[in-house]
Design a protein around this ligand. Structure first.
Ligand SMILES: *Cc1c(COP(=O)(O)O)cnc(C)c1O
Length: 452
């Protein structure tokens, strides 16, 4: 997951490029103020030659890499080194992290933990997911979304997605509900909020727990409300590729009086640090430590700037590629804020004379930071699911008759299509609006070239 990385080197930009000249002359040509370029011209001014075929690149500058950490993180780490304990419980860095997290995601109960996967596992355990319980979620996500479900002997059930939001389609979720369904995990893919109102209605109607996987959705807002505050649980990741990071880490939160008080013990070997006493529940050790909390607390101060910028750039890209025949921009509700962990658009295969690989190759040649797809296949198309081989080749809940789930027969056609036709564009906070403009130009140029 290399959204915030780039291996490109610097390259000088010429004063007036051939592309700019051609763009200007084609505009003049359309306005009828300039005679057509004589027959000797190597390329048409209206359809500039692709960089792939030796033409001028649409993206002339390279995006600067963001500087992701520095003095504020160093200050917190220095303060941490003066402490006599680096343990999380009542640690000053952890306390500060929780305080700052609550400003971003106002929930009463928070447990910092070792990863986003850990945050999900704690939520699932605190929600009371047990053997054979079904949890409906997206098949297009990080596998960390469902690892905790499987370890609790629950059964992930994958529902299909919105064609351009890449998030759970509420109608598809409803079709997957059975008497065994206990929870829905709403994954806000790329930081784009799910249709939480609809999912909440379904959850209430069937008595289900709603867990928000906000690992990619730091700083996102659903109809103005902070992401993570609408479901029963909010789960975030601080892994290196995410918007903010401490290398690896996570946070799980809840406002619900039934679940919130359970978060701490389900991340801390089942030990209740408030009440003490004997072990009444069973859990693993997912504790964060003070060094991670120090970095994460400093990172949270950067969040608003990062998300504000990414939201602006992603929305700008949509504006600039909207209406191009055969392309489906990343669909975000106008009242929501998406932090574009990456930007994802789709091409309609029949609208073009080339396949996705060729399209992506042409875009990359133009200088755009793009790649084909996201994860290679929906989660349940991976061998470990197809063979139901989670625990040393076995899956106890299936062997014991607690589920009849057969992932080799599970169908999510829109999810498959999204992964086969999606093109991923890197967006990060060090990019400028001009730069995104040139990326849009590259997309327009390549789309026009290949349009059927
Ligand atoms: C990254 C991610 C996770 C897992 O987080 P880790 O910190 O890598 O364990 C879970 N869900 C989604 C949607 C993610 O992007």
């Amino acid at each position: 997951m290399r959204t915030n990385e780039s291996s490109q080197s610097a390259q000088p930009a010429s004063a007036v490029s051939r592309r700019e000249f051609l763009a200007a002359s084609s505009a003049a040509l359309l306005a009828g103020t300039l005679a057509p370029i004589s027959s000797g011209a190597v390329e048409s001014p209206i359809a500039p030659k692709l960089a792939l075929n030796g033409g001028e690149k649409a993206v002339k500058q390279l995006s600067k890499l963001p500087i992701r950490w520095g003095e504020p993180e160093r200050e917190r780490l220095n303060a941490m080194l003066d402490q006599d304990s680096l343990f999380y419980w009542k640690g000053p860095q952890t306390t500060l992290l929780i305080e700052r997290f609550k400003k971003v995601c106002p929930v009463k109960y928070v447990m910092p933990c070792s990863s986003g996967t850990a945050a999900m596992h704690i939520a699932v355990a605190a929600a009371g997911i047990g053997p054979g319980d079904e949890v409906i979620t997206s098949p297009v996500t990080d596998i960390g979304t469902v690892i905790g479900v499987i370890y609790q002997q629950g059964v992930p059930v994958f529902a299909d997605l919105g064609a351009s939001t890449y998030n759970l389609d509420p109608a598809a979720v409803e079709r997957r509900i059975t008497p065994r369904t206990k929870a829905i995990i709403a994954v806000h893919l790329c930081g784009n909020p799910c249709d939480l109102r609809a999912l909440k209605v379904i959850a209430a109607k069937h008595g289900l727990v709603l867990i928000e996987d906000a690992a990619q959705a730091w700083g996102a807002k659903y109809r103005g409300q902070p992401i993570g505050t609408i479901g029963h649980f909010a789960c975030f990741s601080l892994q290196n590729s995410k918007h903010i990071t401490c290398g690896d880490g996570g946070l799980v939160g809840s406002n619900d009086e039934r679940f919130g008080p359970l978060l701490q013990k389900f991340g801390d070997k089942g030990f209740d640090r408030v009440k003490g006493g004997l072990f009444e529940s069973f859990a693993t050790n997912y504790r964060m430590s003070e060094p991670q909390a120090a970095v994460a607390a400093a990172q949270l101060e950067r969040l608003e700037g990062i998300i504000n910028k990414r939201a602006r750039l992603g929305n700008l890209l949509t504006e600039k590629i909207a209406g191009l025949p055969g392309l489906l921009p990343h669909q975000v509700h106008p009242e929501d804020r998406c932090g574009y962990w990456f930007y994802f658009f789709r091409m309609q295969r029949s609208a073009f004379r080339c396949d996705r690989a060729e399209f992506v190759k042409a875009l990359a040649a133009e200088g755009a930071e793009v790649s084909a797809g996201y994860i290679p296949v929906p989660l349940h198309r991976n061998p470990v699911f197809m063979k139901h081989s989670f625990f040393e080749g076995r899956w106890p809940v299936r062997e014991f008759g607690l589920t009849t789930m057969d992932y080799s027969k599970h169908q999510t056609p829109e999810a498959e299509a999204i992964l086969q036709t999606g093109i991923r564009v890197t967006i990060h906070e060090a990019m400028t609006e001009d730069y995104i403009g040139s990326v849009a130009e590259a997309i327009r140029k390549v789309a026009r070239h290949y349009v059927a």
